[in-house]
Design a protein around this ligand. Structure first.
Ligand code: NDP
Length: 453
């Protein structure tokens, strides 16, 4: 690490104490950028990275609501408006008990670079709440969403800031949030993405992140004249991203064998086929059940309970060719990475944001496997959100094949940018450097053009 980058990191940690995920995300990017700062001192002189790591605006607010028992509950809401150099703030809302300011700053920072890679005009933001939708009734989720939007509506708009879903925020939550925005503002606009198809949504938006991560893996394999046909794949998570990663893997002839939630994972050595996937979708999206129930329906599979005190996740030790982490940050640690490599995995395409710890990333890069970091591999979701914004603005709806075609082209373009940039900076095959540098340069140049912003 250069003196400049270590000084910058020391300063960042002192100014943002207690935000380990934010430090981790910036550190990874700053290390990649050492190569850029050497070649182009103008970015260092203009303190672009120092500016990019300070949010343009942070909004934090009280979210009071009443539960079904009539008890008053109070949660905390956030929106981090990180960077608007290349377009309106854009990024998801996460509802999960672990949400805090540092977590959202990490996600917002990643989002800025990711959105730049999509080739679409979108700045970066992220928001959410420590509200846990799990175990809540629909009526409770609705009352929470209405209270959350009663404050958030002042700060967002179709040309200002356009939130979407993330962990704990799916179609149901986006519906309640949109309904409340519309009541208060008396406007029907594309202020949120991930909307229902009958009221301003885009076809392929629910599928986009999972499909995109698989398209990215396909592109990486293509560089070695290889493809996904017959590949055994480990998938973590069983939410939006995981479900559609599994669906696209089946389309591509691969064999997904695992899915998980925060309580544990299932391993189905026969493969999770379409019928089983449909069952999982009904379980998770309609019945809102747990993945452990899979083994009751499909007894050939096994269920392993998560061990919160364990030093690794045994799911990543199952022999396979490819891994698609689609659950949450830091779900693959150093030991898991070693197990993946020992088990034969040579493709990792990240559906989740920052699912691999720095130690795990180092091992993937040293081993020279095809490693697609989240900000490139999972950018399909926000890319189709960008396409949803375009359709809303034009008041038209594109056909399924048209959106899917654009998604494929965008994933191809992201892959190409990452690959070419990695080569240009002397680290061929390193998609981490490629993604970080290509995303940074686009935003940095826009910031330079716009004066001291
Ligand atoms: P969902 O809420 O639909 O699903 C999340 C899944 O991950 C669930 O199976 C959940 O299990 C599991 N999970 C969440 N937190 C943890 C945890 N701490 N430990 C273990 N498992 C956990 O979210 P998404 O599928 O939308 O998001 C998954 C990942 O993809 C996130 O990292 C998100 O930021 C990223 N992403 C999502 C995009 C999107 O379009 N939705 C776009 C780009 C990235 P449980 O039910 O037990 O909580």
């Amino acid at each position: 690490m250069s003196d400049y980058v270590s000084g910058l990191m020391a300063d960042l940690k002192a100014r943002n104490p207690g935000e380990p995920e934010f430090h981790q995300a910036v550190q990874e990017v700053a290390e990649s950028l050492t190569l850029v700062f050497e070649r182009h001192p103008k970015y260092r002189e203009a303190k672009i990275l120092e500016r990019m790591t300070e949010p343009e605006r942070v909004i934090m607010f009280r979210v009071p609501w009443v539960d079904d028992a009539g008890e008053i509950r109070i949660n905390r809401g956030y929106r981090v408006e990180m960077n608007s150099a290349i377009g309106p703030y854009k990024g998801g809302l996460r509802f999960h008990p672990t949400v805090n300011l540092g977590l959202l700053k990490f996600l917002a920072f990643e989002q800025v670079l990711k959105n730049a890679l999509t080739t679409l005009p979108m700045g970066g933001g992220k928001g959410g709440s420590d509200f846990d939708p799990k175990g809540k009734s629909d009526a409770e989720v609705m009352r929470f969403c209405q209270s959350f939007m009663t404050e958030l509506q002042r700060h967002i708009g179709p040309n200002t800031d356009v939130p979407a879903g993330d962990i704990g925020v799916g179609g149901r939550e986006i519906g309640y949030l949109f309904g409340q925005y519309k009541r208060i503002r008396n406007e029907f606009t594309g202020v949120l993405t991930g909307k229902g198809i009958e009221w301003g949504g885009s076809l392929i938006r629910p599928e986009a992140t999972g499909y995109g991560a698989v398209y990215f893996a396909h592109e990486m394999l293509g560089t070695r004249d290889d493809n996904l046909e017959g590949k055994v794949c480990l998938v973590s998570g069983s939410g939006n991203v995981a479900q559609f990663a599994v669906e696209k893997l089946l389309d591509m002839g691969a064999k997904p064998v695992t899915m998980s939630d925060s309580n544990g994972f299932i391993h189905d050595p026969d493969g999770i086929d379409r019928e089983k996937l449909e069952w999982v979708m009904e379980l998770k999206n309609v019945r809102r059940g747990r993945i452990r129930e899979y083994v009751e329906a499909f007894p050939h599979a096994t269920y392993t309970e998560a061990d919160p005190k364990g030093d690794h996740n045994p799911m990543w030790a199952i022999p396979a060719d490819c891994a698609f982490p689609c659950a949450t940050q830091n779900e693959i640690n150093g030991k898991d990475a070693a197990n993946l490599l020992n088990g034969g995995v040579y493709v990792v395409s990240e559906g989740a944001n920052m699912p691999s710890t720095p130690d795990a990333v180092d091992q993937f890069l040293s081993a020279g496997i095809l490693y697609g970091p989240g900000k490139a591999a999972n950018a399909g979701g926000v890319a189709v959100s960008g396409l949803e914004m375009s359709q809303d603005a034009l008041r038209i709806t594109w056909a399924r094949h048209e959106v899917d075609g654009r998604l494929k082209d965008i994933m191809k373009a992201i892959h190409k940018q990452c690959r070419e940039t990695a080569e240009e900076y002397g680290t061929p095959g390193n998609y981490v450097n490629g993604a970080n540098i290509a995303g940074f340069v686009k935003v940095a140049d826009a910031m330079l053009d716009q004066g001291l912003v």
